[in-house]
Design a protein around this ligand. Structure first.
Ligand SMILES: C[S@@+](CC[C@H](N)C(=O)[O-])C[C@H]1O[C@@H](n2cnc3c(N)ncnc32)[C@H](O)[C@@H]1O
Length: 286
């Protein structure tokens, strides 16, 4: 198995292993009623110990993703978790003897959690950065054995109403992975043309229906200014009810939120920017 030497100016497609998946299911949604009741009875120390597995973001396919990186092949491997979140994958990678994990995330609250974990596990290296800047933030000539990127929104981000990621929680229409940078979705929506919005909805929303995207975009622009998540969700639900009907399996505005969030945070652009072979895989796993 080849390893990868990264130098600051070097751009390479030869990432040894890249695993991409997106979860977007809150941990609490995955727990049975019985599990929830059991956990709520647990003393807080037990809950803290379970933190990485149950609370926050429950990383589905964690073992499979980590195995894809073939962690047993190397001595003192160096991995990158490009999207730390609450560290489900990083924690699992740190179980590999002598592994070092560089953990990147754009979200300050994710980085705080990474720093908390790093204070007890010095083999974890938290970095507050976009993975598009990976080459710049890794120490020069790092020999990297594997990278994983778990794209999308994390459960804590969905659960924090004030972040504006969830179409079912009322909050300000923000959707920034890093709330200290860029503009909130409400401001972007104020200025976007219906044509550009339709393109975004069609490209990143996965409906792939240009007529539906155009109708949604027209309706959203007609209702501006939209300040709250619920306002946007209602416009979308209304259009969908009149056109495609509602699905019992999906919140009607989920794909619209996904599209706006992806565009605003340049999720695909980030993958392309760091020249990792994940841009092509994007879209299949949301
Ligand atoms: C699906 S979650 C990852 C969950 C993580 N695997 C876990 O087990 O907890 C995606 C994370 O990627 C982060 N993120 C999104 N875009 C990013 C980017 N360009 N660079 C770094 N992190 C990013 C988000 O802030 C979020 O925390």
């Amino acid at each position: 198995m080849e390893s990868l030497k990264l130098a600051p100016d070097e751009v390479t497609h030869k990432m040894v292993n890249t695993a991409v998946l997106d979860l977007g299911v809150s941990a609490s949604e995955l727990l049975s009623g019985e599990d929830k009741a059991r956990l709520s009875r647990q003393p807080s120390a037990d809950r803290a110990a379970l933190d990485g597995r149950v609370y926050g973001h429950l990383p589905i396919l964690c073992d499979e993703v980590v195995q894809a990186l073939q962690p047993d092949t190397y001595r003192k491997p160096i991995f990158v978790d490009a999207t730390f979140g609450r560290g489900g994958h990083s924690r699992r990678l740190l179980e590999v003897p002598e592994a070092t994990v560089f953990a990147l995330d754009l979200d300050p609250s994710a980085v705080s959690e990474a720093r908390r974990l790093a204070s007890i596990e010095p083999r974890l290296m938290p970095v507050h950065a976009a993975f598009g800047d990976l080459i710049q933030v890794l120490p020069p000539a790092t020999e990297l054995q594997g990278l994983l990127a778990d794209l999308g929104v994390s459960s804590p981000q969905l659960d924090q109403k004030h972040r504006g990621f969830s179409p079912i929680e009322d909050g300000p229409l923000d959707m920034r992975m890093n709330p200290r940078k860029g503009i909130p979705a409400s401001e972007w929506l104020d200025n976007v043309t219906p044509e550009e919005l339709a393109w975004v909805l069609c490209s990143y929303g996965e409906d792939r229906d240009p007529f539906l995207a155009a109708r949604l975009a027209e309706a959203i622009c007609a209702k501006r200014p939209l300040q709250r998540t619920i306002e946007l969700a209602e416009v979308v639900a209304d259009v969908k009810a009149k056109t495609v009907g509602s699905s019992p399996f999906q919140q009607p505005a989920r794909l619209v939120f996904q599209a706006i969030r992806s565009h605003l945070n340049q999720e695909v652009g980030e993958a392309t920017r760091c020249r990792l072979p994940i841009a092509d895989a994007w879209g299949g796993a949301q």
